[in-house]
Write a protein that binds this ligand. Structure first.
Ligand code: ADP
Ligand code: MG
Length: 366
């Protein structure tokens, strides 16, 4: 136990395996070198105070007994974490929390998982709760699904907790707890970098459509008599009658195969092949799963026009970020190309950043 502590928690990009974490499929996220920092101090009066550097965020205060619906706005994720801990029987006596972010929020880079897992890790430290990483991941997920109302899978939390520098994390979501394995990424040794294009777009249908996709996938799995849609055989799309369910299933099946192909390409350092797979994933998310949007499509097109080996949307969709694999000397051309295409549409300027695979959540000496 300690009185004060500081945790740095990275965001993540998902390299490939999109919308598979609630379908029992494989996903391949990596933690990135952009973090949320949580500084925490224990209190004993049942009160939680949160300060954040998010634009427009004033101090938020709530009791440790906070319930869903009692806090809204930016502090919901913090309050949800306290609630989710209590739900699992881990009561804390109060805390002061200071949140500082180098991750643009709402960009599909999982500042939410960094926030919830960072707070849970800090409280674990302050109160000697003895939580393992799996429990912290579940607390973060429960905070988002049970308190904020976003029915997310476990990929983001695992990625931001278990990532290691220079590696992605391959997660098999069909097992409980999920099986994970590090996958070494060596494209930088071969003269390539991963670029994130944060579109700045966040379409309001994102949450409703995410829930709708989950429900469609569950329905397809049920019609096929499967626990997980990712386990469907190649005949699944023939056996389903509904055209929408067919298309959703086609994405889940082809994306599952693409993750295996991507892991194989990475192990052989076959970067053009990896690029082709990334771009194919985007087409599937756009056409079959229908979770892209014009801003993401244009970012991907522009990146490819600027010579990227491959590009795709990453994260839930309807805004957020795209990723592209390219040579460092082409990053500036990519940035200019994307900015020019956005300007032509009169969209606000996207943020283009090179990211590196980084370590997951870790405590930092005060
Ligand atoms: P993403 O996870 O893609 O960044 P979300 O909409 O899931 O987008 O999560 C964004 C939310 O996470 C913010 O609205 C806020 O509630 C919380 N959050 C992120 N960064 C911070 C921060 N620095 N301080 C407080 N809350 C934060
Ligand atoms: Mg999020």
């Amino acid at each position: 136990m300690t009185d004060v502590c500081r945790w740095d928690v990275p965001g993540r990009v998902n390299l490939i395996g999109e919308h598979l974490d609630y379908n029992g499929g494989p996903v391949l996220p990596m933690a990135i070198d952009r973090t949320v920092t949580v500084k925490a101090r224990a209190r004993d009066d049942g009160q939680v105070n949160v300060w954040s550097d998010l634009p427009g965020a004033a101090k938020a205060s709530f009791p440790t007994t906070v319930q869903p619906g009692e806090v809204d706005g930016w502090a919901t994720y913090a309050a949800g974490t306290i609630w989710a801990l209590a739900e699992r029987g881990h009561t804390v006596t109060g805390a002061d929390l200071v949140l500082e972010s180098r991750l643009p929020p709402g960009s599909g880079l999982s500042s939410s998982a960094a926030t919830t897992c960072g707070i849970a890790s800090a409280l674990d430290d302050l109160f000697g709760l003895g939580l393992d990483r799996t429990t912290i991941a579940l607390v973060g997920q429960h905070a988002e699904s049970g308190f904020v109302g976003a029915p997310v899978g476990l990929m983001d939390q695992i990625a931001v907790l278990e990532g290691t520098a220079g590696h992605a994390v391959l997660i098999d979501t069909s097992e409980t707890p999920h099986l994970t394995r590090p996958v070494e990424l060596e494209w930088e040794e071969d003269g390539l970098v991963l670029v994130v294009i944060a579109t700045g777009a966040h379409h309001s249908l994102a949450d409703g459509e995410y829930a709708a996709r989950r429900e469609e996938c569950e329905r397809a799995a049920e019609e096929l008599g499967l626990e997980w849609l990712a386990q469907a055989g190649l005949d699944a799309t023939v056996r389903l009658e509904d055209e929408t369910l067919k298309a959703r299933t086609r994405h889940v099946l082809t994306e599952t195969a693409r993750v295996r192909g991507a892991v194989n390409a990475i192990s052989r350092r076959a970067w053009p092949q990896l690029g082709t797979i990334l771009t194919a994933s985007h087409a599937s998310l756009r056409d079959d799963f229908q979770v892209s949007c014009p801003e993401l499509d244009v970012a991907v097109e522009a990146a490819l026009e600027a010579g990227a080996l491959g590009a795709r949307m990453t994260g839930g969709g309807f805004g957020g970020s795209a990723i592209a694999l390219t040579a460092p000397e082409q990053v500036q051309a990519l940035r200019e190309r994307v900015e020019a295409r956005y300007l032509a549409h009169q969209w606000s300027r996207p943020e283009v950043m090179v990211v590196h695979a980084a370590d997951g959540a870790h405590q930092v000496p005060n």
